[in-house]
Design a protein around this ligand. Sequence first.
Ligand code: PAF
Length: 281
Amino acid sequence: MIAPIETTLAGLRARTTAWRKAGETIGVVPTMGALHQGHLSLARAARDTCDRVIVTIFVNPKQFNNPEDLENYPRTEQDDAKKLESIGVDVIYVPDGAQMYPDGFATNVSVGGLTDMLCGAHRPGHFDGVATVVSKLFLQTSADKAFFGEKDYQQLQIVRRMAADLDIPIEVIGCPTIREIDGLAMSSRNLLLSDRARAKAAALPDVMEDMRVALAKGALMSDIVDVAKAKIIAAGFNDVEYLELRDSDQLKPLNKANANSRLFAAAWLAGVRLIDNVGVH
Ligand code: PAF
């Protein structure tokens, strides 16, 4: 059965209040739509561990620092609802802009430190937009658990920090990145790649996997990063925005892998920005 779509906060709250009265637990999967197997794996994880599951779909204007990027973001709401059919989601919450940011909206949630690096350094304001909308979604859904993909690992850490700092009583759960057969991390942005560009995209995870193996054997980032970047460019990418080894919690830069390190990358391919990360230990 296709899950009911709720567009108003009042309608959503009527449902969650009834669930709470019945003593049921609630899981939320925040998304911007254009759902793929990665999102569906999050909805399944919520289904497996919570009595009620809410998937939210909201293309959040506050986290786009480029108006063209916002305009081009894929919007496939009807298809999304169909994809969720087999999972047994209880409600799909699809608020509009006026519902989320009514006239006079003036609050900004800004997480310090973790937002200054990696994607944050290249997308000013992006993580403020994420933290603002996610804190609203947490409060609106009153969920017990929230499910996020590790593909957006920096986002996951920022959301964890925000929920802890604001005392929002929710458990933030990170779920593994789901990949295409050739290794490309699933992302709604992959839909924007032409067939030609798509054929080149797996060079990013391929190079990262080679780096992961070398780093796990003790190689230094400073010795391998330039060659790795050159390989990504030689495969047809236009630019490597960053390719960095960091610790998995505070995201502090590392030159050598430790028991808790992670390799992060962002690179541009034919006008599309792809990001990926992989644990290195
Ligand atoms: O990862 C996303 O799709 C978005 O950043 C999120 C968490 C739904 C907030 O808009």
